[in-house]
Design a protein around this ligand. Structure first.
Ligand SMILES: [Zn+2]
Length: 83
């Protein structure tokens, strides 16, 4: 079995609210493609005040979940964009 990379992905993306463009997270994203979930341990900066809620427009953009036992956010489809 392959060992997980200790450092994880090194590329950081900024995640923004699609409704009001407020910054939500800085996230070390692995791989390519759409953002479906965020592992909390990979969030390098968290701008939110309430879990999964945009601090500016207060829209819910993610839900607390567990992915294989690891705390994560499941992103609500179409609520965020990244750069
Ligand atoms: Zn917002």
């Amino acid at each position: 079995m392959a060992k997980p990379n200790k450092k994880g992905p090194t590329k950081t993306v900024d995640i923004f609210c699609k409704a009001c463009n407020a910054p939500l997270f800085k996230y070390r994203k692995g791989g390519k493609g759409a953002l479906v979930k965020c592992f909390k341990e990979r969030i390098s900066q968290d701008y939110t005040v309430s879990v999964g809620v945009c601090p500016k427009c207060e829209k819910v953009f993610a839900r607390d979940t567990l992915v294989k036992g690891t705390p994560a956010y499941k992103i609500v489809g179409g609520k965020v964009w990244l750069k």
